[in-house]
Design a binder for this molecule. Structure first.
Ligand code: SAM
Length: 288
């Protein structure tokens, strides 16, 4: 919501918090069959995409999220070739995935085509790999797609979705994780955006529990800063079919990847779980 015409504020009433950006012009306001999309010019964060009142992407800080949702999982799978992104319609995660030359195929399953078409127009830098011959854009429901996926056909699944309400609600439960488990190969990895460890710890704990109940033998988390999202501290939850996998730090070549945040040291640090988070996740999380 907007407090007045010159500021956008994402208010989280349950947490009693808000994050605000000083706005320039409103560029887009569109109600799609799935959600309301708005795009603003901001004074200091470039362009801002908002879906159903929640901040999604800004020009200035999206690299944090997109790099951390992609590279830690891809540098932990021993030989990732086939990647499926659920959601991710701004295409920033797809761009990061395709920086890995060994990837043969990356499919983005986004429910709302308008998110992608508006991103092509307003965030062209995020969409620069959409024409890569290894990329495929499919517009449909990620829950349905995953339920029909060929068993063992995917190496890494990245769930880059909106919060667990509306069309994304069914991406955060055991039934969906069972579909992902089936679709993944023996060394398959799932990574899913999992909200703020500061504000949403019960959501994270429930995710770890549901992933394990779906058959994953190990779960973990990655932490990273994200000024745009509530509390400024965000997480990805990882689920493994093979508990012996270790990050391939020696393979991280930052010059080739051309990342702004991610490197091997950041990857190591991102796996550290603070005490209160470990406690909140209780027995669901084991050491990374
Ligand atoms: N980085 C963002 C965040 O954490 O808030 C997510 C950005 S991306 C724009 C999220 C996308 O997930 C949206 O475009 C939305 O349409 C898509 N989405 C939500 N539910 C979905 C579903 N069931 N299947 C596929 N895509 C879905």
């Amino acid at each position: 919501m907007t407090l007045d015409n010159t500021w956008f504020s994402e208010i989280d009433p349950a947490a009693g918090t808000a994050f605000s950006l000083k706005l320039g012009e409103k560029l887009v306001e569109e109600q799609t069959p799935f959600q309301k999309i708005e795009i603003y010019q901001t004074e200091t964060f470039g362009k801002l995409m908002v879906i159903d009142g929640c901040t999604m992407v800004s020009t200035r800080d999206n690299f944090l999220y997109h790099e951390m949702m992609s590279h830690p999982a891809l540098f932990t799978h021993p030989d990732p070739k086939r990647v499926v992104i659920i959601g991710g319609g701004d295409c920033g995660t797809l761009r990061e995935v395709l920086k890995h030359q060994d990837i043969e195929y990356a499919l983005q399953v986004e429910i709302d085509e308008r998110v992608t078409r508006l991103s092509e127009e307003h965030f062209p830098e995020l969409c620069e790999s959409n024409d890569d011959p290894r990329a495929e854009l499919y517009f449909g429901d990620g829950i349905e797609w995953m339920a029909r996926a060929e068993p063992g056909s995917v190496d890494v699944v990245i769930v880059d979705s909106t919060d667990p309400v509306g069309p994304a609600e069914g991406l955060f439960n055991q039934a969906f994780y069972e579909s992902v488990f089936r679709a993944l190969g023996e060394q398959g990895i799932l990574v899913q955006q999992s909200e703020s460890p500061m504000l949403h710890l019960p959501i994270l704990a429930a995710m770890h529990g549901a992933m394990r109940a779906a058959g994953f033998v190990d779960t973990g988390m990655i932490n990273f800063p994200q000024p745009l999202y509530p509390s400024g501290w965000w997480s990805g939850t990882l689920a493994f079919k093979d508990a012996s996998l270790q990050p391939r730090y020696a393979d991280v070549d930052v010059e080739k990847l051309n990342t702004q945040y991610y490197n091997a040291d950041v990857h190591r640090g991102a796996l550290a779980i603070p005490n209160f988070v470990r406690q909140g996740l209780s027995s669901e999380v084991v050491d990374n």
